[in-house]
Design a protein around this ligand. Structure first.
Ligand SMILES: C[S@@+](CC[C@H](N)C(=O)[O-])C[C@H]1O[C@@H](n2cnc3c(N)ncnc32)[C@H](O)[C@@H]1O
Length: 225
């Protein structure tokens, strides 16, 4: 059987059947997008001339950043999500790539990654790259899943999870919901904060935010000096 870490780092897990869930932009998702946007917006420094959305899903943040006058770029590696994002945001700059595979020259005032680092294996490589892509004074904002411990790791919100532990700071999980569950790497926020610090990104804000019907999420905001 495929290891959960291999599924978690394969963007095509989002391109098949019922797993294409983060792009339908149905009422539940629109509500979640609004609540994620309300959580990150206070930390976007205005003026924000350029923004990069790593793992942009449906590309919903394009309209939000456009309202702030930002030139928006999205990265989306899943073929299904990419196709959908292109159709939903004609004319916008979306690259069909993982963050690791993104080699365009660019510099941004704001970089976001919403529920995306759970698919990124090499955290410090990613932070180093974000640091190099940010303008001086730029902001990096991430939202991550909660790091669960004890019984909650295996069972919560009426769902059962398969789990592979990587080490004390990281594990991979997947809800057992038939053939289509998404696998995610979950990490302690302290792990992200330490790794980011080593790459020159200093923590500005750490908060837990609500996600209706789901476990709360972790918001982390970093500044590049
Ligand atoms: C949970 S969805 C979140 C989508 C979007 N950020 C949102 O808030 O609606 C995770 C997204 O990350 C993308 N992804 C997976 N691996 C990635 C990688 N290595 N680099 C960039 N994006 C990745 C997936 O294709 C998927 O669209």
């Amino acid at each position: 059987m495929k290891k959960l870490i291999d599924q978690a780092t394969d963007p095509e897990q989002y391109s098949s059947g019922r797993a294409v869930t983060w792009i339908s932009d149905d009422a539940r998702q629109q509500k979640q997008q609004e609540s994620f946007w309300n959580a990150i917006k206070p930390f976007i420094k205005i003026p924000c001339k350029s923004a990069l959305d790593i793992g942009c899903g449906s590309g919903w943040s394009e309209k939000k950043f456009s309202e702030l006058g930002s030139d928006w770029t999205g990265l989306e590696p899943s073929s299904g999500h990419f196709q959908n994002a292109k159709e939903a945001n004609p004319g916008s700059k979306i690259f069909n790539t993982t963050f690791d595979g993104f080699n365009e020259v660019g510099s941004y005032d704001c970089v976001i990654a919403i529920m995306v680092f759970s698919h990124i294996k090499e955290v410090s490589d990613a932070f180093r790259k974000i640091h190099s892509l940010l303008n001086a004074g730029g902001v990096f904002i991430m939202i991550n899943s909660t790091f669960h411990e004890g019984k909650e790791r295996l069972e919560r919100n009426g769902r059962t999870y398969a789990v592979e532990v990587i080490d004390d700071d990281q594990y991979v999980d997947k809800a057992i919901v038939g053939a289509y569950g998404i696998a995610d790497i979950n990490r302690r926020s302290e792990y992200y904060i330490a790794q980011a610090g080593e790459c020159g990104l200093s923590l500005f804000k750490h908060a837990t935010i609500a996600d209706e019907g789901y476990s709360p999420k972790e918001l982390l905001v970093f500044h590049k000096a």
